[in-house]
Design a protein. Structure first.
Lengths: 147, 147, 147, 147, 147, 147, 147, 147
């Protein structure tokens, strides 16, 4: 069985590449999906649909274009890994977690211990909490290759 | 038709009471549901189930007990109002928004203009963005009483 | 068994009142739901959420506020009656029909013979096509009171 | 990830071919599905099932045969593009939009600015509104190939 | 807990009345729903929607009007009792059984031993097979009143 | 797009082979699924699970083993063709039709005109009624190959 | 909001009465549902449907009659409490837990610490583990009456 | 059609290998999925996520990691085979059965006659009860290769 893993959340560190590299080293039977992680491109995703908007409606247009991608990927993945970093609000990551929970789709969170308390509702529906990409890949290895 | 409205999110200001009061003044055909908003009680919701835990597992127990309530209320409401304040991470509020979105359940966000950008994914699936409780109640009045 | 009937579509004639009056005369065990039928109020439903928009975004805001109501009503009704008149595009009515079809929710169309051809896809998923409010009420009478 | 795109709506202009050509030029990882766009063949799709009917029942038979195809394609696509042209009622296109909305399936509308107002309910549930096939393909490019 | 029981199938004997009478004698907490059992009225249910049709399309119109009722009742009941008599094809009864099975809705069949073999697929998804109305009511009594 | 077609119903004539042969001649992009059509094998499908039963329980065991297959095939097909012949009760065919209807899965019926009346509820939810295998294959050709 | 609580599992101790009594003392807004807890009656639930069977088929008939009740109650409850005692296999309790988990229905387990290990998969999907009826009622009090 | 079979339950005998070997001998068109059957590895599946826990929380972490795998496999299989052995509580096996039942997913049980009575609720929703791996493979052969 091949597994599809969606990597949601923080876009300012290279955690996705770490996970992909480690998974490749172990030759895990997994594919990775991710949102667009180019911050500027993401914010501008709807600008070509008429570029006069600023503020709310510019964000609205762009975030809906992005949602075409993220909604599909969340629904098609077998597991989501949802990363919360040290900065920014990252409400989109928590939104993805809620979306997974409602669909009964398993997800793993990846965050430091210091934000355990504000993430308690998100972790309550998670299948695991990891603090490092090594741990995430170990979960993937166990789940996809053990017998 | 009677409407059930779930009031999700921020627990440190009296926005829920404002909405309830204004709705009562206008005699709207609505009932309100809400999570437990007593912060200390909420954090301690699972303590009676063996109280030795600290950190992650204490939070885990309590947030799961709270989730019994919030999950039911989200699923039974006709509309959710999801409030984001100025402080705290409030990932639980974004989690509820994602849960609603996956269930195709209409929700309205209530937050200031200054956090429009980080909330763009949450607002992308919302039916409306309000900046004041007056606006929320005006939406409820329109939706539930106009003909 | 009490039946909830959603009356979707045309807002420029009094077909809803005719159906309600006839159903009341026959004391049918039905309640009626409807979208907001005050055209100007409907177009302005989102104006109070910041009124600077014109064109697409004004319509967008208002139609989403209206959708809070219509989506709930479509999902809660037992039958929808969907009316297509002689004027206007009425794409909202066809949209409601598609929404019902995907939910496996029974609906009846109400329209003249001259628009049978362009409505063929909408009628293909309908449980009946009526040309008059008398016929609609006769369907309701049969369905809700015969034994 | 390969994407399946359903092209719904207007059949009297070559917008589908434009989209396919532009997508092929950019080598996007997409496949396209569409309803039968041969108008006469579509109207006659059920004639071989006994050909005596005229009017409503001829249309009924044919539109149901067509619906075997369109219902499957809507349910299997990852994105729908729904085109509204200048002519005809095109209620089938709005019907498809409602069907998508109920399934929580992302769709993009393609239409001119002059019909923004009558399409406001259809656009309210859309992920984007495009005015040109270039814009549609730019959305597809962004969604399917960015990283 | 109050139970809603849908009585599907044969319309030429008084099995429904027997079940209702016995249930009333025992004061069971149940309500009964049923299709229209007046055979002529049922066959004519769509005649008022233009009465020129004969054969297939007359049957089609009427059976769709009836389906508004039966589909709703099947979906709202807690248990269906599906009766197969000695005469007629009664494919509508088997259709209701399949509909229940797909919805994971419990149903009980009521039929004589001599048609056990042709009903084996219908009975395979049933929760019980009864040969008499006494047995059906005994099931209802047990399920709704025991503690 | 490749289509999966489930051929349900009558097992005493060669209608399945006719459909397969005609579809092959036209090189249609379709695969066919079917229940086990060897009548004796089907009746005996559960005998190896302890062979002491007779009557109801023998039928029960065998029909459940068969249902493992038929339930999966109905759920995985894109279209079902449901055949009613001249003999036997064929309640399993009507059961499959109801199962499809509840799942919103398109199906086509194949039967002679003389049994239109008893099949009216089954035909009411069908996308087409065909009287010959030629007609069925013509539907498949149109649906799967037209553009 | 009134809450419906299903009490699943062990039938040889009076834990259900304890929960009901404590909930009544605190006047909690809850109703309780339960399977039939009269062991002999439960085992004999299908005997009146022909009483010749012994062994597997007797159990089969009775457990299906019981399932009419339990399946409905599980689907209609807001919370399930699932009790595992010291004796017997109690696979029905674990079955109910799995049923709840697939439906995304919150449940609480009630069992002693000594069986934590074999119940780990059941507890993994539970919202809480309680060791006493006091704890269960405290959860109910918190969830249903706090504000 | 290729079939995916999930082998749930007992991990202390070689029943899975027997089934796989027999299926391979007969070249059945089936793939097999299974939970991790290395007991110690399974109990330790979450230890790398911080290893300080003992008792409930250690089990909790590990069983959730395992559930990422089992939940996905149950949802993706076409048939589950659920084995109950002579030892241990095996509540996870009954949990999987309940999960399958709620999803309307066919499953077969594999157990000795002496535990028929405590397994009656699990068997009530099963498509078959087998006592030997030969019988299971015979079911698979019949279901997947007969015509």
């Amino acid at each position: 069985m091949h597994w599809v893993v969606y990597l949601s959340g923080e876009i300012h560190t290279d955690w996705r590449e770490e996970i992909k590299r480690r998974a490749a080293q172990q030759e895990l039977p997994v594919s990775f999906l991710a949102p667009v992680t180019d911050h500027e491109a993401s914010d501008a995703a709807g600008d070509h649909l008429g570029n006069q908007e600023v503020g709310f409606w510019r964000d609205h247009k762009s975030s809906k274009v992005n949602a075409i991608r993220t909604k599909n990927m969340v629904e098609q993945c077998d597991i989501a890994v949802i990363r919360f970093g040290h900065q920014y609000k990252q409400w989109n990551a928590a939104f993805d977690a809620g979306y997974c929970a409602a669909l009964n789709k398993p997800y793993v969170t990846l965050h430091d211990a210091e934000i355990v308390h504000p993430l308690k509702e998100v972790d309550a529906s998670a299948m695991a909490w990891a603090e490092s990409t090594e741990q995430v890949v170990e979960i993937l290895r166990y789940v996809t290759t053990m017998s």
